[in-house]
Design a protein around this ligand. Structure first.
Ligand code: NI
Ligand code: MN
Length: 219
């Protein structure tokens, strides 16, 4: 069993009952945040890039929870010697006790000198989940779907900084994903979207619209 706990904007947790993966934990200052950074749990923290609305509270949470932080080497310095880190890079796969983490490309700026933005494909709880991070639509999403049969694609739909519902629906098609979950919208007016537009545009996959503070089982 695998649970998706959504905390608002691009922050969510995958929990297989044993291990908790926390993604892009921007909670302090996040108008959608449904949990305080002092209460969120994590065994691993996966960071897609160094923009503030993604790296967020990762340093504090990593120190408090003793979680291992995963990201590109350029953004692994923030905790100094205080936190455990796994620095990896695009195309790399790391096997971990719960399954695996594969770092995949994203088309976005990195928020840090010398860095790149990324997405993740994770195998956990018998499912394969792709988190795009912040990205534009790109044709090589087809390669992500060719390598792994994506059960759930978690995609930004807010536009302005990332894909909008039109491009995100095309991404679902490129990935061949069975299910899709939208995020990174309605946090601020500049990324205001109606998720039902995304639902209507997606063909051949089931869309799960999850509100901040809600949880669903990834079946
Ligand atoms: Ni960004
Ligand atoms: Mn962002």
């Amino acid at each position: 069993m695998l649970t998706y706990n959504y905390y608002g904007h691009a922050c969510f947790q995958l929990d297989d009952g044993t291990t908790k993966l926390l993604f892009d934990p921007f909670l302090t200052g996040n108008p959608q945040a449904s949990i305080n950074e002092k209460d969120v749990e994590a065994d691993y923290i996966l960071i897609t890039h160094a923009h503030g609305d993604h790296i967020g509270d990762a340093p504090n949470i990593a120190v408090r929870t003793n979680a291992t932080v995963v990201g590109i080497p350029e953004i692994m310095e923030f905790g100094g010697q205080r936190v455990k880190t796994i620095g990896m890079n695009l195309g790399g796969t790391v096997k971990l006790p719960f399954g695996f983490v594969r770092m995949v490309p994203a088309l976005h700026s990195s928020g840090i000198e010398g860095g790149v933005a990324c997405g993740y494909v994770v195998g956990i709880g018998g499912k394969i989940v792709y988190f795009a991070g912040d990205t534009a639509l790109f044709d090589d999403m087809k390669l992500i779907g060719a390598r792994d049969k994506i059960d759930y694609a978690i995609l930004p739909i807010g536009g302005h900084y990332t894909m909008d519902p039109v491009d995100a629906a095309k991404a679902v098609e490129f990935l061949g994903a069975a299910n899709a979950i939208p995020l990174h919208y309605n946090t601020w007016d500049v990324i205001k979207q109606n998720p039902e537009d995304f639902v209507k545009l997606v063909k051949g996959a089931k869309v799960h619209v999850v509100k901040p503070g809600e949880s669903i089982e990834l079946a």
